[in-house]
Write a protein that binds this ligand. Structure first.
Ligand code: UDP
Length: 500
């Protein structure tokens, strides 16, 4: 198809991501999928964020897919930030995070104007832009709510909001069963997001997000039927709105190693990175990958516990560490640790950002310690890996339950409290003995861990099939695009009747 020629029947879709990797990466992948299947796609973002995915967009465009990026100026100076700091992952302190969020909010009017200029047939917007529900209403077009986590977590959160099972408790550690779920899932009030547990300043914002979902045309999940069919069903029935699971989107559009290595990051990968040579020298399934996602920066005391826990487990590991402000005091500890691990050939540290997709797919990787971010979960299970679950904040504690209690491919390290990294105190939440125990269990060859590994491999097979022609996710995507096209045609017909 010649993408320079506008086609009156072609669907024009705007994607509006929220600038944090866990939301933006899967939305860019989804936008690329829409373009691959014939929709004309515009992604609205800012300069520094565009740099993290523009190569993939350019390569898709040269392959004939109608996709482009519309770039806005981030108001860095107005909010007191350096140029280029435009993503939540760039925040190394609570103050910086506040400024970045403020800058994102200031873009609202410009985005609204762009919507009017571009006259799309549909907008797919991140859940963190609830205001776009009004924009879609004004334009008379459908809004798709992009929920960047599991159906399970959305259902669990909605049910807890509705029934508030935790409210009558005297203790924050008392267990309750989440009402209305098909399985009996136990949690404590401390596992819940702070805005639900205590109703704080963030509560109205999250309530607006849930309201915007109800008023949307439907919800788009980066998930797949074989993984969470009961919850997909429940999501439709409890919320009464349509939903489509079209994942795992990452495996669908990032098939070759080059695409995997540049995904979500500005810098190119070194030709022969040290970690790759090291992994190549290791036996299959003998290395544990340890990552807490794109945002979390752990306190020094916790880093020390992890280092000791990994060392005494005796297993090989690759550990991704993100620095935070004031970390200088702990630097010599980590330098010594890194040096010692190199000498005994047990471990490798990657600073700040790792090419996660490439690493997870390496045959030497046998398991992961994950903070239960949804993308990391999908990427790990697509690689057939069992997980040690170490949730930190937001909906990650629900995701942990999905892994440990429903899918049974995760072993909990035993975290007790939901806390955002920027307000975590300086103490360690998990001790070295607990870390060591979980690692030895997961990476060992006991019956239970072998069974967990087999279940993870079965899910990896299902993840591959679902995105192939005829698979559930594949069909859902095609059906959604067709439905949006029919809506476009009906709107055009209605307009021509009214005009005549
Ligand atoms: N990611 C990566 N390298 C890193 C950290 C994160 O490639 O060093 C990617 C990861 O593969 C995933 C996303 O960033 O796609 C993080 O999303 P997730 O939902 O796992 O967690 P979050 O960062 O939102 O807490």
């Amino acid at each position: 198809m010649d993408q320079s020629q506008p086609n009156q029947y072609q669907l024009n879709v705007i994607f509006l991501p929220y600038p944090t990797p866990g939301h933006m990466i899967p939305m860019i992948d989804t936008a690329r999928l829409f373009a691959k299947h014939g929709a004309s796609v515009t992604i609205i973002t800012t300069h520094a964020n565009a740099l993290t995915f523009q190569k993939a967009i350019d390569s898709d465009f040269s392959s004939g897919h109608p996709i482009r990026t519309q770039v806005l100026q981030f108001p860095a100076a107005q909010v007191g930030l350096h140029d280029g700091v435009e993503n939540i992952k760039d925040g190394t302190s609570p103050e910086m995070l506040g400024k970045i969020s403020c800058g994102i909010m200031m873009l609202q009017d410009q985005i609204e104007l762009l919507f009017q200029d571009l006259q799309p047939d549909c907008i797919v917007t991140d859940m963190f832009h609830p205001w776009t529900v009004e924009s879609a209403a004004k334009l008379g077009i459908p809004r798709l709510h992009f929920y960047s986590s599991s159906c399970f977590s959305n259902c669990a959160c909605q049910l807890i909001r509705k029934y508030r099972p935790h409210e009558s408790f005297v203790s924050d550690t008392q267990k309750f069963i989440i009402p209305g779920l098909p399985e009996s899932i136990e949690m404590t009030p401390l596992h819940l997001e702070e805005w639900i547990r205590t109703k704080n300043y963030a509560t109205p914002y999250f309530e607006a997000i849930f309201e915007s979902e109800k008023r949307s045309y439907g919800t788009l999940y980066n998930s797949f039927h074989e993984l969470e069919s009961d919850y997909e069903q429940l999501s439709k029935s409890t919320m009464g709105i349509k939903c489509w699971s079209v994942g795992p989107v990452s495996a669908w559009v990032n098939k070759d190693d080059e695409k995997k290595s540049i995904r979500g990051h500005t810098e190119d990968l070194a030709k022969e990175p040290e970690w790759l040579n090291w992994l190549n020298s290791k036996q299959n399934e003998s290395v544990l990958y340890v990552s807490f996602g794109s945002l979390t920066r752990l306190p020094h005391a916790q880093i020390v516990e992890i280092a000791h826990g990994l060392e005494i487990s005796g297993h090989n590991f690759i550990w991704v560490i993100r620095k935070k402000d004031g970390d200088e005091n702990g630097e010599s500890f980590l330098q010594d640790f890194e040096q010692r691990m190199k000498e005994i050939n047990k471990g490798c540290i990657i600073w700040n950002w790792a090419p996660q997709l490439l690493i997870l797919d390496h045959p030497a990787i046998g398991g992961i310690v994950t903070h239960c971010g949804w993308n990391s979960i999908l990427e790990s299970l697509s690689a057939g890996l069992p997980m040690i679950t170490w949730p930190m904040f937001a909906e990650q504690f629900y995701n942990e339950k999905l892994l440990t209690d429903v899918l049974k491919i995760g072993v909990p390290v035993g975290v007790k409290e939901n806390k955002f990294w920027a307000i975590i105190d300086e103490e360690a939440m998990v001790r070295r003995e607990e870390i060591m125990k979980a690692v030895v269990f997961l990476m060992g060859s006991g019956q239970e861990s072998r069974e967990m590994r087999m279940r993870a491999k079965k899910l990896a097979d299902a993840a591959k099939r679902t995105i192939e022609e005829g698979g559930h996710s594949y069909n859902n995507l095609i059906q959604l695009i067709d439905e949006l096209k029919s809506l476009k045609i009906s709107r055009a017909l209605e307009k021509s009747i009214l005009d005549n």
